[in-house]
Design a protein around this ligand. Structure first.
Ligand SMILES: Nc1ncnc2c1ncn2[C@@H]1O[C@H](COP(=O)(O)OP(=O)(O)O)[C@@H](O)[C@H]1O
Ligand SMILES: [Mg+2]
Length: 288
């Protein structure tokens, strides 16, 4: 009898059992890549993959074989003239509009064209619309709390007391969006910029992997615009962000790669200075 050997043997047996269970559970061990059903697969560093997407409205091609890839943790700006298809692209990603053809994948395995809007939100894609949809009579704190409760993963009634960790999450988001000082103020009394940040905070409560923002600084003061750029930059890395924006100073402040859409397809892609110097880009902006 050697107790050390016995323990080693027992450890080996438990490890084998654990591996077996994992294989049964994940079912994909043979590919050397293990995932739970519905889990986001970022093994190729790509979080969003659009390929050859077309969308027509009454014969008009709003998206025309659009192909676009966003990496995990990336902060990407989408610019382009009015009618280029920027909002339609976001509608396709979030399931609001079904493409006529093409592929849309979230990570390697989640086919967005097969999911409903709520399923896509639940999979980890959050969208901020231009008009904030906050609850004006409720405080900023309560708005964040409500956003957390709206998350189906939190199985608790609206009126149940917040657990400490939930309170900490709300506090962390309030700090992140710089609204700690006005946390108890009715949201309706916040400035335009503060309301926009609150809505971003409400999205953050759902812990999205990919955040889509359509013209987030429209109507903001210069100072609010600067702060928004800082906020979004602070989110990159942990989250992937796709920002549609017209304000070039803001796009420059964000500093990420820029995609220029035109007539439903990608016209140019790269650093802002590079795409701005591209004659085709200059032409579409000057031509309108
Ligand atoms: N639901 C719709 N029905 C008909 N046409 C639409 C619809 N949505 C968008 N379009 C058209 O598709 C084109 C692209 O629109 P949109 O995606 O909103 O462009 P952007 O956001 O770049 O300004 C525009 O010409 C617009 O009029
Ligand atoms: Mg638009």
């Amino acid at each position: 009898m050697n107790p050390v050997l016995d323990i080693q043997r027992e450890c080996a047996r438990l490890a084998a059992e654990r591996d077996n269970l994992r294989e049964q559970w994940e079912g994909e061990a043979s590919t050397g890549h293990v995932l739970r059903p519905g889990e986001l697969d970022l093994s190729h560093k790509v979080i969003l993959y659009l390929d050859d997407i077309s969308v027509s409205f009454d014969g008009f091609r709003a998206l025309n074989k659009l192909s676009l890839t966003i990496d995990a943790g990336e902060l990407r700006c989408i610019i382009g003239p009015n009618g280029a298809g920027k909002t339609t692209m976001m509608d396709v990603i979030t399931g609001k509009t079904r493409p006529d053809s093409g592929k849309a994948f979230f990570g390697q395995t989640i086919d967005l064209t097969r999911l409903t809007e709520p399923e896509i939100a639940h999979a980890g894609i959050g969208r901020k619309f231009q008009k904030p949809t906050i609850f004006e009579q409720h405080s900023a704190f309560e708005n964040l709390e409500l956003a957390m409760k709206a998350d189906k993963r939190v199985r608790r009634t609206l009126f149940a007391r917040l657990a400490d960790d939930e309170r900490d999450r709300v506090a962390a988001v309030l700090r992140r969006i710089r609204l700690e000082q006005v946390a108890d103020r009715p949201a309706g009394l916040l400035s335009h910029g503060q309301k926009q940040w609150l809505e971003i905070g409400m999205l953050l409560m759902q812990e999205p992997k990919l955040l889509l923002l359509d013209e987030p600084v429209a109507g903001m003061t210069d100072e609010e615009t600067e702060r928004t750029a800082e906020l979004l930059k602070s989110l990159a890395g942990q989250h992937s962000l796709v920002v549609v924006e017209h304000d070039m100073a803001f796009v420059e402040a964000l500093g990420g790669e820029v995609t220029v859409l035109c007539e439903g397809a990608v016209l140019a892609e790269g650093e802002l200075a590079t795409v701005q110097a591209d004659p085709r880009v200059i032409e579409v902006y000057l031509g309108r």
